[in-house]
Design a protein around this ligand. Structure first.
Ligand code: PEP
Ligand code: MN
Length: 335
C-alpha cells in the first residue's frame, strides 16, 4: 500500500504515522515519488490502522496497489513517465533511438560514429567505458579516459550520452561525465548497485537480467524508484533460452506486457539479443511494431575491426536505412 503524505505536512507529523505503523507491526519505507513524500508498506494495512492513519494531519490518502512493485506500477501513474534530456525523450508520446559502438575505442571512432548516427536520426550516443566482459583477458574498456571522450563528443555533437556502470563507485563517476547511467544485464539484480542508482539524480537505463522474469525485472526497477530516483528506462535485451541460433532470445511479448504493468518507458536492445548484425533490423522492426518507446542499437564505422561486439554491430549506412523503415512502421501502427 502507498500512504500519500500531504505536500505541506510538517516533518514532525510524520513521526505519528511511523508510530502507528510500528504499533500495527507493519514495516514500511519512506521515499519521494511524484514530488511528494510517500510511505510504501511491506504488507496491507487492516481497516482499523487505515482509519487511524487517515485521521492524521500528515496523511492525504492510502492507496492499495495490487502489484508487488507499487512505485513502478501503472496503477500508481496511469499517465506514464517520460524521460527527457535535451532532444532525447522516451515516453508515451516520444520515441528516441540510442546508438553507438559497443565500446569507446578512440575519440576519432566515437566522433565519427556520433556524427553518422545523429545524421540518421539517433538522439543519444552509447559507448561503454567500463565493459563487463565474459573473459578477463578481453578488452575491459578505456574507463575514465573513455568517459572523457564521450563527454567531449557529446559537447561537440549535442548528443545525450548513455554508458554503463558496474559498481557503486562507477555510478558516481559515470553520472559526472554522462547523461544516463546504464546498468547491464549481468548486474540487473545487484541490489547494492541498484540502491546507489536510487540515490543518483540522473536517469538510469536498466537492462533486463538475461535470466530474469518480467516481475524480477520490475522489482529491480522498484529498488531504484524506492531510493527516490523515478527516472528509469526499462530495456529488454533478450533472455537466455535453449536456442543457440541467436545470442539471446528476444521475447516479442515483453514490451506490451511491461507497458500493461508499468508506467516506465520501455526500449529494446536488438543488438545484444541477436548477436549478429543480419538480424538486428528485423528485431528492431518487431520491437517498434510492438510499441517500444525507443531502441538501443550498436553501430560501428568498421565492425570487422571493433574491439567488442563487432559481429552484431551495424555500419552507419545499415543503421540509417533501418531508422527510416522504423519511422514508417511507427506511422503504420500509429504509435
Ligand atoms: C552493452 O550494452 O554493451 C551490454 C554489455 O549490454 P548487456 O548488459 O545487455 O549485455
Ligand atoms: Mn555490446
Amino acid at each position: 500500500m502507498i500512504i500519500n503524505i500531504h505536500l505541506d505536512a510538517p516533518p514532525e507529523t510524520l513521526g505519528q504515522v511511523a508510530d502507528s505503523l510500528a504499533q500495527a507491526n507493519i514495516r514500511a519505507r519512506q521515499t519521494q515519488f511524484g514530488g511528494r513524500t510517500v510511505i510504501v508498506t511491506e504488507s496491507n494495512l487492516d481497516e482499523k490502522t487505515c482509519t487511524t492513519l487517515l485521521k492524521m494531519q500528515a496523511v492525504e490518502s492510502i492507496v492499495e496497489i495490487l502489484d508487488p512493485y507499487p512505485l513502478c506500477s501503472l496503477q500508481t501513474r496511469p499517465q506514464r513517465t517520460t524521460i527527457r534530456i535535451r532532444d532525447f525523450a522516451v515516453g508515451p508520446n516520444d520515441f528516441s533511438i540510442i546508438a553507438g559502438p559497443c565500446t569507446v575505442e578512440s575519440e576519432k571512432q566515437v566522433l565519427t560514429t556520433a556524427e553518422q548516427v545523429k545524421a540518421a536520426g539517433a538522439k543519444a550516443l552509447r559507448g561503454g567505458a567500463f565493459k563487463p566482459r565474459t573473459s578477463p583477458y578481453a578488452f575491459q574498456g578505456l574507463k575514465l579516459e573513455g568517459l572523457k571522450i564521450l563527454q567531449k563528443v557529446s559537447r561537440e555533437t549535442g548528443l545525450v550520452t548513455v554508458t554503463e556502470a558496474m559498481s557503486s563507485e562507477e555510478v558516481k563517476m559515470v553520472s559526472e561525465y554522462a547523461d544516463v547511467v546504464q546498468i547491464g544485464t549481468r548486474n540487473a539484480q545487484n541490489y547494492r548497485l541498484l540502491e546507489t542508482c536510487g540515490e543518483a539524480r540522473v536517469p538510469i537505463l536498466l537492462k533486463r537480467g538475461f535470466s530474469n522474469s518480467l516481475d524480477e525485472f520490475l522489482m529491480a526497477a522498484e529498488y531504484i524508484l524506492a531510493g527516490g530516483n523515478e527516472q528509469v528506462i526499462l530495456c529488454e535485451r533478450g533472455i537466455r533460452t535453449f536456442e543457440t541460433y541467436v545470442r539471446y532470445t528476444l521475447p516479442a511479448g515483453a514490451v506490451p506486457a511491461l507497458k500493461l504493468t508499468s508506467h516506465l518507458p520501455v526500449i529494446v536492445d536488438p543488438s545484444h539479443a541477436a548477436g549478429r548484425a543480419d538480424l538486428v533490423a528485423s528485431l528492431s522492426y518487431a520491437s517498434v511494431a510492438s510499441g517500444a518507446d525507443g531502441l538501443l542499437v550498436e553501430v560501428h564505422p568498421d565492425p570487422k575491426h571493433a574491439l567488442c561486439d563487432g559481429r552484431q554491430s551495424l555500419t552507419p549506412d545499415e543503421f540509417s536505412k533501418m531508422v527510416r523503415i522504423c519511422e514508417g512502421i511507427r506511422k503504420a501502427v500509429g504509435c
